[in-house]
Design a protein around this ligand. Sequence first.
Ligand SMILES: Nc1ncnc2c1ncn2[C@@H]1O[C@H](COP(=O)(O)OP(=O)(O)OP(=O)(O)O)[C@@H](O)[C@H]1O
Length: 275
Amino acid sequence: MKLLEAVSLNKKYGMKRGWFTSEARSVQAVNDVSFSLESGETLGLVGESGCGKSTLARLLLGLEKPSSGRVLYRNMDYTDWSFSEMRQIRSRMQMVFQNSLASFNPLFTVEQIIGEPLRNYGERKAGARRILVADTLELVGLEQKHIHSYPHELSGGQQQRVGIARAIALRPELIICDEPFSSLDVTLRKQMMDLLQALKRELGLSYVFITHDLSVVNRFCDSVAVMVQGEIVEKQSGEGLMQQADHPYTRKLLSSIPVQDPRLRRKDREKEYRE
Ligand SMILES: Nc1ncnc2c1ncn2[C@@H]1O[C@H](COP(=O)(O)OP(=O)(O)OP(=O)(O)O)[C@@H](O)[C@H]1O
């Protein structure tokens, strides 16, 4: 079953004349992007800074309208839906941000942050909300004592866990993660990826996982799409990409992944020297 579909999506931003530019310009942030995501699938979207990943995420979430093209959720075309019409699917489609702390209300406790989407989408009884928040906290591996903490009192890893908890509070079907762990160190990043995998199994989630780091996605994603200047230039399985990347940009990305095994590292250096 197709959960999400993008059909020939385009997004062009007009840039007005400024102090340092004499002509009005436009930027084609997303260029003829098409893909579909099956229920239960994890799609990685990889590309360097400025290639249009976050713009594509905003189009998929209905936070911005495309210049042309369509977006469909379970075959429902929501491209032209208003903000209030989007409520029908917003509870099923949630987002985890790169910097969760910046997306939290600093005056809210963890309980209020995780409880906010529940309150907005219909769980009016405070008691029932408290139980759901406690369950969700446990699912993301946070202790119950953190329920009354404020975001600034938590570590970076704990803040990202609260961000994930907020995203899963409504038990959505799809989560769009925009560089969710790029500010964390390698060990924490690994723990978070494991957490997302466990949640996928437990809650039957699907993910669109946006990153600039190809090494993050090759084990985690069922398929990986590589974006260059707004366009998807290559899409295949994570493993397929590691073995046989077709596009030169993907090969460049792959060559920048550090090789752990020293024998393979030496082989790589020898190959580079011969070339
Ligand atoms: N609101 C906007 N108005 C004008 N141009 C924009 C706007 N949002 C994004 N852009 C431009 O669109 C292009 C793609 O930006 P986007 O933020 O989607 O890239 P990205 O791949 O997510 O980058 P990063 O990884 O650095 O966040 C960039 O050239 C950016 O300057």
